[in-house]
Design a protein around this ligand. Structure first.
Ligand code: ADP
Ligand code: ASP
Ligand code: MG
Length: 443
């Protein structure tokens, strides 16, 4: 008998009806023996995720205000699900304990993690499976990074003791024994860690779309699903904005050689997307695999005549960034120019200091920071072999009247990144999609 680890996202577990779908999916395949739930997500476009309500409670507590207006909504969500499913588990004491701890200042990580914790307790009761608290098996190190070795050893040992288990997503334990969460969307990472620790045959990631799509469905109408994608391609896509899978959910399963299958809880018959190591057997119908991107980057443009001959120039520019704790995304450069692309967030409130420090360290002719840049990655393993990919891409952007402010093609030829004005972002994504995917344009 094999093992499949199935992670369900927030919308997949948003209410009692969704819980029923999840149970049906799990019980339809005997290999599905470990489940990783998220906290209840949005039931409609205007709804609020339980995780966001918990962060709000923590904010209110920190400001010395009453948490009850937000906490009562959380209580209602869980009690509503429990009542509709006819569960007997008593959540009241747990809810009151959590409210008390938040008021006492337990912190943002503790507060946010309780969304997954409580949903895990409900789901375990509903399925009749064992509840395994992620705090006992997932560990972070002193720097706040995942302690993979300790986690693998401890979680592996714990999971061996349970034939069927529910492990809540999103959090683990820090070196002081306190709860610590991953970044937002981090239940995907928990799922991948659990799959590795359980030595699973497959990591299933169940969400509200039928796999990873060739473009963000909020920008392109009905984009085609990607049937097969390599871990390297998906890492590029998710890092650049394909938010269907957390970019850090790739490493644990990739190391272990476990494939991931992204599926739709609301359309369980659809095959979704398979993410694997190699892709030789899977020819894509299109020249590219997918398009992803996001807005709000800035370019630090440095110019100096004869820059090319000055040893250590680039290092000194990057030193200024390092001193300010800013990491860079891309660095296209010319003979006398160097452009460093950073996220707008990361330089907020630091721009003047950065410019002054680059002047001090490098004596350039000019340093300017230009804001309002969007980056779009067109990704595909097929690009290595096919000629004319960039011609097609730039032609599409030209026809759409979009000015390209920056170009970067990685040496792996896995992607081409273009920078456009924030205002052109959506049109640029649609233009690229049309050029590579749509045979008969629908627009
Ligand atoms: P979950 O709560 O199940 O973890 P998320 O909201 O984190 O779900 O991720 C699913 C959402 O990701 C989709 O509803 C969609 O809006 C968004 N998304 C962005 N880019 C893509 C893409 N390329 N393919 C699929 N979904 C995408
Ligand atoms: N509930 C957490 C969040 O909203 C984690 C997750 O959904 O993956 O970010
Ligand atoms: Mg998610």
């Amino acid at each position: 008998m094999g093992i499949k680890v199935s992670k369900f996202g927030g919308s997949s577990l948003a209410d009692a009806a969704q819980f029923q779908k999840v149970k049906e999916i799990l019980f339809a395949d005997g290999d599905r023996r470990i489940v990783v739930p998220s906290a209840p997500g949005k039931r409609s476009k205007t709804d609020v995720k339980v995780t966001d309500l918990l962060y709000e409670c923590n904010r209110l507590a920190g400001a010395g205000q009453d948490i009850e207006p937000a906490f009562s909504k959380i209580r209602e969500r869980y009690q509503g699900i429990a009542a509709q499913l006819g569960l007997h588990v008593d959540l009241d004491a747990q809810l009151e304990e959590i409210a008390k701890n938040i008021k006492l200042g337990a912190g943002a990580d503790y507060a946010a993690s309780r969304g997954e914790y409580l949903n895990g307790i409900l789901l375990a009761d509903y399925l009749g499976w064992d509840f395994v608290d992620a705090k006992t098996g997932i560990f972070f190190d002193e720097e706040g990074r995942l302690d993979s070795e300790k986690t693998q050893e401890r979680l592996g040992a714990i999971l061996k003791q349970h034939a069927y288990a529910v492990v809540p997503g999103f959090y683990g334990c820090d070196t002081h024994g306190n709860v610590k969460t991953f970044s937002r969307g981090g239940s995907d990472i928990t799922g991948a860690i659990v799959a590795r620790a359980a030595n699973a045959d497959l990591y299933e990631n169940w969400t509200d779309v039928s796999g990873c799509l060739m473009a963000d469905p909020r920008i392109v109408r009905n984009p085609e699903p990607i049937r097969y994608v390599t871990y390297r391609e998906l890492r590029e896509l998710s890092y650049m904005g394909a938010s269907v899978l957390h970019e850090d959910a790739i490493f644990p399963v990739r190391i272990a050689g476990i494939p991931t299958n992204i599926r739709n809880t609301n359309q369980p018959d659809e095959p979704g997307t398979i993410i694997g190591y190699e892709a030789e057997d899977y020819e894509s119908e299109h020249m590219i695999t997918g398009i992803a991107g996001h807005k709000d980057f800035a370019i630090i443009a440095v110019e100096k005549a004869m820059m090319n001959a000055e040893l250590g120039f680039g290092r000194r520019v990057l030193q200024a960034l390092e001193e300010e704790g800013v990491s860079f995304e891309h660095m296209p450069s010319g003979i006398d120019t160097m452009s460093v692309v950073v996220s707008e967030d990361s330089v907020e409130g630091k721009k003047e200091r950065l410019i002054a420090r680059i002047h001090e360290l490098c004596s350039p002719d000019s340093v300017e920071i230009h804001s309002g840049l969007a980056l779009i990655a067109t990704v595909g393993r097929g690009m290595v072999r096919s000629k004319g990919t960039s011609a097609k891409l730039f032609n599409a952007l030209m026809k759409a009247g979009i000015n390209v402010r920056l170009i970067d093609q990685g040496s792996s030829e896995l992607n081409i990144i273009v920078g456009v004005d924030n205002l052109d972002f959506e049109n640029a994504v649609r233009a690229i999609y049309r050029a590579f995917v749509v045979k008969e344009p629908r627009w």
